[in-house]
Design a protein around this ligand. Structure first.
Ligand SMILES: Cc1cc2nc3c(=O)[nH]c(=O)nc-3n(C[C@H](O)[C@H](O)[C@H](O)COP(=O)(O)OP(=O)(O)OC[C@H]3O[C@@H](n4cnc5c(N)ncnc54)[C@H](O)[C@@H]3O)c2cc1C
Length: 361
C-alpha cells in the first residue's frame, strides 16, 4: 500500500490519518510539538454539524449552547436560537482524533518537524534525537496550519493574508449564552466554557493584546484572567492551489477558514474527508473540496468584505432589522458553516438587506 506522510497533528491531519488508515493506507503523521493539542490556539466553538462528521464524546465536548446574543454598537442586541453548538476541549479533541487514527493503524511521530521535500523524499528533524532523517513517501499532505511549511517548500504557498486571533479564559458566572460582537475589530466573542468560565476573544489585524484588553475592560467590570492564547488565522484564498502532483494541502494550510468568524475546524474536517475520498477513489481533490465547502467559503469572504466597510450606523441598522420577526426567524435557521442558501432566502424575505449590497460593488 502507498505510504502517506501527513505533516501536522491538528484536527484536519488527524482526521485524514484516521480515514486513510481505516482504508489500509500506510499513514505516518509528523508533528513538531511533543504533545498533540498543545498549545491551544482556539476557542473551540462549532455548530452541531460536527456530530455529522464524528461521534461526539463527553471527553472533549465540555459544553453545549443553544442561545446567541448578537450585539450592535449602540448596545442593542438580537437573541437567536442556535441549536446545540458545541464547545470543545481542543487538546482532548485533537488527542481523541489521534487515538482513533492510531487504532485504525496510523503511526504518530511527535517532536518531529518537517523541513522540506524533494523528489518524493521528505526531510524530517527528529527534535529529541537531534538528527535529520530522509524519508521516502508516495504522498505528502500539508495539514500544518496557517504558515504551512509544506506549502512553502512545494511552491504552493501562494498569496496569504492573516488575521490574528487572541483570547483570554476568564472567570465569570454566566447564563450559557454566546455573545457575538461583529463590529469590534474584525470579530469578537464571549463563549461560555462552563457556568463560571468564559473564553473571550477577537480577531484583528494589528495590536491584538491592546484590542483584547480594551474589549475585556469594556465587557467586564471585574475580571480574573486564567490564561491567554493567540494564533494566526488565514484568510480564505479561493485562488490558492491545493494540489501539486502527490502533494496536497488541507485545513488552515489551505486557508479553508470562514473569513467572517475565523472558524475552521469543521471546514478542515470536511476537506480532510474530501481528500481521503480523492486519494482512495482517485478523484480530483480540488473539485471535491470545492464542491463541499468552496461556495460557502467564498460567501464568507464576500461577507467579510462587506463587514469591513460597515459603519457603526450600518451595524445598528442591521441588528434592528434582525429584531423583526421574519428576518429573525431566518437568522435562527442560519447555518454558520453553510451560508450560501440562507443569504439568498434572507434577501428575498427582507429586501431592505439589499441596502448593504452597495458595499460589494
Ligand atoms: C484564537 C483563535 C480562536 C479560534 N477559534 C475557533 C473556533 O472557535 N472555532 C473554529 O472552528 N475555529 C477556530 N479557530 C480556527 C481553528 O483553530 C483552526 O481552523 C484549526 O485549528 C485548523 O486545524 P488544522 O488541523 O488545519 O491546523 P492546526 O490546528 O493549526 O494544526 C496544524 C499542526 O501542524 C503542526 N505543524 C506546523 N508546522 C509543522 C512542521 N513544520 N512540522 C511538523 N508539524 C508542524 C502544528 O504544530 C499543529 O499541531 C480559532 C483560531 C484562533 C487562532
Amino acid at each position: 500500500m502507498a505510504m502517506i506522510s501527513i505533516i501536522g497533528a491538528g484536527p484536519a491531519g488527524n482526521y485524514l490519518a484516521y480515514l486513510l488508515a481505516k482504508n489500509n493506507f500506510d499513514v505516518c503523521v509528523f508533528e513538531e510539538h511533543k504533545t498533540v493539542g498543545l498549545p491551544v490556539q482556539c476557542t473551540g466553538i462549532t455548530t452541531s454539524y460536527l456530530g455529522q462528521l464524528i461521534e461526539l464524546k463527553k471527553d472533549f465536548v465540555i459544553n453545549t449552547i443553544n442561545k446567541a446574543r448578537i450585539f450592535a454598537p449602540n448596545n442593542r442586541f438580537v437573541d437567536v436560537r442556535i441549536d446545540n453548538n458545541i464547545i470543545l476541549d481542543r487538546t482532548k479533541f485533537d488527542q481523541y482524533l489521534m487515538e482513533k487514527s492510531k487504532k485504525a493503524g496510523a503511526k504518530f511521530f511527535l517532536n518531529h518537524r518537517f523541513l522540506g521535500y524533494k523528489n518524493n523524499i521528505i526531510k524530517i528533524q527528529d527534535i529529541n534525537a537531534n538528527m535529520i532523517k530522509d524519508i521516502e513517501t508516495d504522498y505528502l499532505i500539508g495539514a500544518d496550519g496557517p504558515l504551512s511549511d509544506v506549502a512553502k517548500s512545494t511552491g504552493l504557498k501562494g498569496k496569504r493574508d492573516f488575521l490574528i486571533g487572541i483570547q483570554a479564559r476568564v472567570k465569570l458566572n454566566n447564563s450559557n449564552v454566546v455573545e457575538f460582537y461583529p463590529f469590534i475589530k474584525e470579530y469578537a466573542w464571549v463563549v461560555p466554557e462552563s457556568k463560571n468560565i468564559v473564553r473571550i476573544g477577537l480577531t484583528t489585524r494589528k495590536n491584538p493584546k491592546k484590542a483584547l484588553n480594551d474589549f475585556v475592560r469594556k465587557r467586564l467590570k471585574k475580571y480574573d484572567i486564567i490564561d491567554m492564547q493567540a494564533g494566526l488565522i488565514p484568510m480564505y484564498n479561493p485562488k490558492l492551489r491545493t494540489q501539486k502532483g502527490n502533494v496536497f494541502l488541507v485545513g488552515d494550510a489551505a486557508t479553508m477558514v470562514k473569513a467572517t468568524t475565523g472558524g475552521g475546524i469543521i471546514q478542515g474536517l470536511i476537506a480532510a474527508k474530501a481528500l481521503a475520498d480523492s486519494i482512495i477513489n482517485k478523484k480530483d481533490y480540488n473539485k471535491e473540496w470545492k464542491k463541499a465547502i468552496g461556495r460557502d467559503l467564498l460567501m464568507h469572504l464576500k461577507m467579510r468584505k462587506i463587514m469591513d466597510k460597515f459603519s457603526i450606523k450600518d451595524w445598528n441598522y442591521l441588528i434592528k432589522l434582525f429584531n423583526e420577526e421574519k428576518p429573525k426567524k431566518i437568522l435562527e435557521n442560519y447555518d454558520r458553516d453553510f451560508p450560501s442558501k440562507f443569504l439568498v432566502k434572507l434577501a428575498l424575505i427582507e429586501p431592505r438587506l439589499l441596502y448593504f449590497l452597495k458595499y460589494i460593488f
